[in-house]
Design a protein around this ligand. Structure first.
Ligand code: BGC
Length: 392
């Protein structure tokens, strides 16, 4: 067996699949939105996790990424819900029983209501509270998992919540965005250290959204500058603030962009993409994943693709999407990128944040009226790839 068996699986996040996460800021915010944006029972995974993990195993998976919902464990400051802790212990035990290596995320976009009310990530006390939550989880669940992700997509979070006003708390302020960004970096650093202190064998990182960036017109200096600025600001800056606290690089890959900057008349835009697009209109660019993975070789850390997927209810795009992105991973590996795992987003159809339930990212389709699960054909495409890789 290889020294590091490649991890094959899918990813989910608590609020998107569990259902009834009544103690977090998203739930509270959803109450003020239209019917379309109500997570409600979501995919009822809180109750159905066992059957979902059995399905994942039957689909050939060897690992699974999920998130723990902080607001369930600590619904009021300092008050810990032991039943919720028992639940996540059972989740971890069930994963192991099914032969799925757990990858545990501690923060995937949601905050307990009390933390959000106190200013959320703008308030440094949220950092301290997050570290206490990390410690508690490390102590009580730490022996059941080795791989940990402190924070999912910090840059996407600050942009959506503090610039585009699409997610709670729907702000637009550079000052607040910057404060939240810095606090998330500090929260990661301290959470990393807390995990290592309590669990010396832990492997800890973040799941970072990576954009594959290129200049639209490579001969134009302005476009090259625009590409560097985007790459640096969106992809790399968070790592600068958190240097030395990553045991691996988690890559969430969805998109590639060609940057164009005209000084007069002033234009800072992305070149138009006229190729394939997902149901969310996101361009489908597998070669971008190769580009990102290759650019990470220099960091000399193991890499995991912690998310990669496509909104595609009819499953017309997903089979080729999976094949092409995994070919991109293979090419990157052949060229020296130390990629050790691939997690498809997502195992199940789920609550896609401000988009509600319309975008379907699941390898497994969920009928939200009955909660029936039905693997899409692409789930078997992925399984065949996994089985072929295991035979090699
Ligand atoms: C997030 C997921 C989300 C997915 C698809 C990622 O940015 O981590 O929570 O569902 O993208 O939009």
């Amino acid at each position: 067996m290889a020294q590091h068996p490649f991890l094959w699986g899918a990813a989910t996040s608590a609020h998107q699949v569990e259902g009834n996460n009544i103690h977090n800021d998203w739930w509270q915010w959803e109450r003020q939105q239209s019917d379309r944006i109500q997570s409600g029972l979501a995919s009822d995974h809180y109750r159905r996790f066992r059957e979902d993990f059995i399905l994942a195993r039957e689909l050939g998976h060897t690992a699974h990424r999920f998130s723990i919902e902080w607001s369930r464990l600590e619904p009021a400051p300092g008050q810990w819900n032991e039943r919720a802790m028992v639940h996540y212990r059972e989740v971890l035990q069930e994963l192991r029983r099914q032969g799925l290596v757990p990858v545990v995320t501690l923060h995937h976009f949601t905050l307990p209501v009390w933390a959000a009310a106190a200013g959320g990530w703008e308030n440094p006390q949220t950092i301290a509270a997050f570290v206490r939550y990390t410690e508690r989880v490390a102590e009580q669940l730490g022996e059941l998992a080795q791989m940990w992700i402190t924070i999912n997509e910090p840059v996407v979070y600050v942009l959506e919540a503090y610039w585009h006003k699409r997610w709670p708390p729907q702000q637009r302020s550079i000052r607040r965005m910057w404060r939240v960004f810095r606090n998330l970096a500090q929260a990661h650093r301290l959470s990393y250290l807390a995990l290592h202190k309590r669990r010396p064998g832990a492997r800890v990182g973040v799941a970072k959204h990576w954009l594959a960036v290129k200049p639209a017109r490579p001969t134009r200096r302005t476009d090259r500058v625009a590409a560097i600025v985007t790459d640096w600001g969106f992809n790399r800056f968070f790592y600068r603030l958190t240097r030395g606290t990553h045991d691996f690089i988690g890559v969430n890959y969805y998109q590639a962009v060609e940057r164009r900057w005209d000084i007069w008349p002033w234009r800072w835009i992305a070149a138009v993409w006229d190729g394939l697009r997902s149901e969310l209109e996101w361009p489908i660019r597998p070669e971008g994943l190769e580009q990102v993975l290759l650019s990470l070789r220099a960091w000399r850390l193991p890499i995991y693709v912690t998310e990669n997927g496509v909104a595609d209810a009819s499953d017309q795009l997903r089979p080729d999407f999976i094949r092409e992105h995994l070919r991109a991973v293979e090419r990157a590996q052949a060229a020296g990128a130390d990629v050790r795992g691939y997690f498809h987003w997502s195992l199940l159809d789920n609550f896609e944040w401000a988009e509600g339930f319309t975008p379907r990212f699941g390898l497994v389709a969920v009928d939200f009226a009955t909660q029936a699960r039905r693997p899409r054909p692409s789930a078997y495409v992925l399984r065949a790839i996994i089985e072929a890789a295991q035979r090699r």
